[in-house]
Design a protein around this ligand. Structure first.
Ligand code: HEC
Ligand code: HEC
Length: 239
């Protein structure tokens, strides 16, 4: 993606923030930056045969992510209830795109797991995991840290030009099907690691998130990751 497009998109999202404070989310209004089509998955509702095919692929993922997508170890991200579009994008990013020298998202395990999958298997497994019931986690009870995390989540960090996480990921962290991943209720450790990787350019598949994380301190990253881990999305049925 050309950097100019990214810059324009980020500027638009930031402009949307000032027009629509986080409170409008609570009233159910999507932010200005989000087109209404982003509220829906770009995939048609899967039938039983497709879900069954997805469950078959998921057997090879289950040791780490759980057969129902609720990974039991904090080292592995939960995939249950994650948006199918996002799962598909990540599986593509873990592969080497045509003409590229290395995958956009580097992780030895996942680069190996994603490589042999067919496009059909990627869609099937993504839809399967997106339909599993998500079991949200909990935040560590550290009042001071949670207060800092909550303020970053809802209001951003104005003096560092960090936008409110809620403006894209939603007040409850459910994200938005074709655009923003669900991160509410995900493992704290995983969220913190990913934010660090975005910042250090070890995860290079999102210029948007690199830009945001690169303006945050370790303390701010840890706090917002903890807060997000304890979030409950208003609608657990969002896809
Ligand atoms: C041996 C353990 C292991 C197996 C098996 C495995 N994964 Fe993963 N998966 C991981 C780890 C570790 C990460 C986090 C890697 C990172 O930081 O990029 C991950 C990340 C992911 C992500 C990104 C999640 C996010 O929130 O961004 C997706 C999607 C995913 N795996 C899908 C799959 C699928 C589909 C399979 C089966 C075909 C699979 N994984 C098999 C360990 C595993
Ligand atoms: C302008 C919209 C936007 C804002 C604001 C935003 N994000 Fe994101 N975030 C994204 C997008 C898009 C992705 C998916 C990136 C990709 O494709 O890999 C993402 C991904 C993430 C991920 C990785 C999730 C996973 O499962 O691996 C984390 C963690 C995250 N964001 C945390 C935050 C936090 C914390 C904030 C607030 C400080 C924030 N984001 C603000 C758009 C945004």
């Amino acid at each position: 993606m050309p950097t100019t497009t990214v810059a324009v998109r980020l500027t638009l999202s930031l402009a949307g923030l000032f027009l629509l404070p986080a409170a409008s989310w609570a009233a159910g209004a999507p932010p200005a930056a989000a087109a209404s089509s982003a509220m829906e998955s770009s995939f048609p509702t899967p039938g039983p045969a497709q879900l069954q095919a997805g469950a078959k692929v998921a057997q090879t993922c289950a040791a780490c992510h759980g057969i129902d997508g609720n990974a039991s170890s904090t080292e592995f991200p939960k995939l249950a209830g994650q948006h199918a579009d996002y799962i598909v994008k990540q599986l593509h990013d873990y592969r080497i795109a045509k003409g590229a020298k290395h995958p956009a998202r580097i992780n030895a395990i996942m680069n190996g797991m994603a490589a042999p999958l067919t496009e059909q298997q990627i869609r099937d497994v993504a839809l399967y995991y997106s339909r599993q019931t998500f079991k949200p986690g909990v935040a560590f009870a550290d009042k001071k840290e949670l207060k800092l995390g909550a303020s970053i989540w809802m209001a951003g960090i104005p003096d560092r030009a960090v936008p409110a996480c809620a403006s894209c990921h939603g007040p409850g962290g459910a994200g938005m099907p074709s655009r923003y991943p669900r991160i509410g209720g995900q493992w704290q450790g995983y969220l913190e690691t990913e934010l660090q990787m975005f910042r250090n350019d070890r995860r290079t598949n999102s210029p948007e998130m690199h830009d945001i994380a690169s303006r945050m301190t370790d303390k701010q990253i840890a706090a917002v990751a903890n807060y997000a881990a304890g979030l409950r999305a208003p609608s657990e049925t969002a896809r």
